[in-house]
Design a protein around this ligand. Structure first.
Ligand code: B12
Length: 458
């Protein structure tokens, strides 16, 4: 895995979350094909490559599909190599955000036989059937493959318009009770997506494989899945929607239904401060929402404008107050080292972050990801002399280090600011005491103390 610019201590401290994309693909293939489907979470099992190879030999599949983010490309390729070493006749297909961004580069890697671009559920099921019967692969939407040394790229499929029609992710194919998060009050946890796509225009984010158009599942369908999670013994749900709250009415309806069904399960969401009202916050709390992650990103209006975040800092402060008043835990995300950002503006962001009195803060160093407007801006203005993400996708190397936005401050200074920001926030005695009094159980205490100690060592 290439190193992200999040401190190792924060990364490691966070927990283990089920691979939702794979579980969606698996559930659909199980429901719509006659194939035997298995899912292996190598991260959860902490499998070294030798162990992955042994596992492949033991399970002897005909086809292996691997989920690939740009940050996990190296691991995906090494896994593909191990699959081929176990048995060169096993077909290896890759899906996920990276392959959508760099199809030609990825399919050119010798160990990769095919790619599925975009949402994988239907494309993968069609592919499995064509693969088995020897049908013409040209009919499989979203498929990229090689034939006699030529790359063939089939047309893409439209995004799924009725998300309610998809089966729930096949969580029970993995050991449900081993997933946890340092943020959680209880375990096991799971993740859930009640919508796909995000209409916001933030320049640092790109997820074209799921689209910009917001597509939501119905409140009934979402609460049915929450109920299934409760039946599986899951204690807490992390909603991984890009923005859960785009449609306030839908959020209100989900809350009403959770209450009407008497469903008792904890959950958290990711939201934009613009979408929430005090009334909705009270409703969310009543329905079991115990934590809200807000992307604030900067404590200065100038930088927010450049990032096209579309939020107001005074309003954000009010929303934090209202969230707290409703009895919901708050988590705020900030990015340091943005275009045109000066030392003073970074200090302003850190001061603003502390003044919000959030329960948790996540600081990271701005890293332009491939496909984002931010990265394109860096290329346009000559900050990056070459398209290094495409070069990495073409020649993936373990030594690759994602670039930061070093327009004004150099990497070394930015890294120092990041450490300073974490220390300033997390080592305040008032903060530590508050956290200590909130802990409800010995296991929660152990999880949080371990994570806290790691952060203080940054
Ligand atoms: C949850 C999440 C995480 C979790 C992942 C934990 C987990 N196990 O779920 C955590 C918090 C750890 C995380 C971390 C990071 N993440 Co993240 N994350 C997400 C998020 C919000 C949701 C992922 C998800 O569940 N999607 C829902 C499912 C349904 O979609 P999906 O996974 O894409 O799967 C579909 C298709 O891609 C396809 N598919 C996927 N896999 C496969 C496999 C096969 C074989 C097939 C056929 C199809 C297929 O079919 C699926 C169903 O339609 C996405 C944004 C998004 N909306 O997707 C970002 C996203 C994936 N993350 C991203 C990034 C950049 C990161 C970090 C680098 C951030 C950082 N600075 O540290 C780290 C990297 C961590 C690492 N080293 O691996 C980028 C990836 C960009 C890229 N080019 O790869 C995204 C797209 C966000 C963004 N726009 O910037 N992330």
């Amino acid at each position: 895995m290439i190193r992200t610019n999040v401190p190792e201590q924060v990364d490691e401290a966070t927990g283990r979350y089920p691979p939702l994309g794979l579980l969606y693909v698996a559930a659909y293939a199980r429901a719509h094909t006659a194939h035997t489907i298995e899912v292996l979470d190598c991260q959860l099992e902490d499998l070294a490559y030798e162990a992955i190879e042994a596992e492949i030999r033991r399970r002897a599949p005909d086809l292996v599909g691997i989920q690939t983010m740009t940050f996990t490309l190296i691991d995906a390729i090494e896994t593909a190599r191990r699959v081929k070493s176990a048995n060169p006749r096993i077909h290896v297909t890759l899906g996920g955000p990276h392959v959508y961004l760099f199809p030609e580069e990825t399919i050119s890697i010798p160990e990769i036989d095919s790619l599925i671009l975009g949402e994988g559920e239907m494309n993968f099921a069609d592919f499995l059937n064509a693969f088995e019967t020897g049908a013409d692969l040209r009919t499989v939407k979203g498929l990229v493959y090689k034939r006699d040394g030529t790359i063939i790229r089939n047309p893409l499929r439209d995004l799924v318009s009725d998300l309610d029609s998809l089966p729930f992710p096949a969580r029970e194919m993995l050991p449900v009770n081993r997933y946890y998060s340092v943020l959680a009050k209880s375990t096991p946890i799971t993740t859930l997506m009640s919508s796909r796509g995000c209409p916001a225009k933030c320049i640092f984010c790109d997820r074209p494989h799921l689209g910009k158009t917001f597509r939501a599942r119905s409140p009934k369908n979402v609460v049915d899945e929450m109920q299934e999670c409760a039946r599986l013994g899951i204690a807490e749900i992390f909603f991984y929607d890009d923005t859960f709250t785009v449609d306030r009415e839908r959020v209100g309806a989900i809350c009403d239904l959770v209450v009407a069904r008497g469903l008792r399960i904890g959950w958290d969401i990711r939201a934009r401060v613009n979408d929430l009202t005090p009334q909705l916050l009270v409703k969310l709390k009543r329905a079991g929402c115990q934590r809200i992650h807000y992307g604030i990103e900067s404590g200065t209006p100038e930088i927010l404008r450049i990032l096209q975040k579309g939020i107001n800092l005074e309003h954000a402060r009010e929303v934090f107050r209202a969230t707290k008043k409703a009895g919901i835990t708050t988590l705020a995300y900030f990015m340091l080292g943005n275009p045109t950002e000066t030392r003073e503006q970074i200090m302003q962001t850190i001061a603003y972050a502390i003044s919000l009195d959030a329960d948790y803060i996540h600081f990271s160093l701005t890293t332009p990801f491939p496909g984002t407007e931010l990265y394109k801006r860096g290329l346009r203005q000559g900050l990056y002399p070459s398209d290094y993400w495409r070069e990495f996708a073409t020649h993936p190397s373990n030594d690759f280090v994602p670039r930061l936005w070093e327009e004004i401050l150099a990497r070394k200074q930015l890294v120092e600011f990041l450490a300073y920001a974490y220390k300033r926030f997390y080592s305040r005695p008032s903060y530590l005491l508050k956290r200590l009094f909130e802990v409800k159980s010995w296991s929660e205490f152990k999880r949080k103390a371990r994570a806290g100690l790691r952060i203080l060592k940054i």
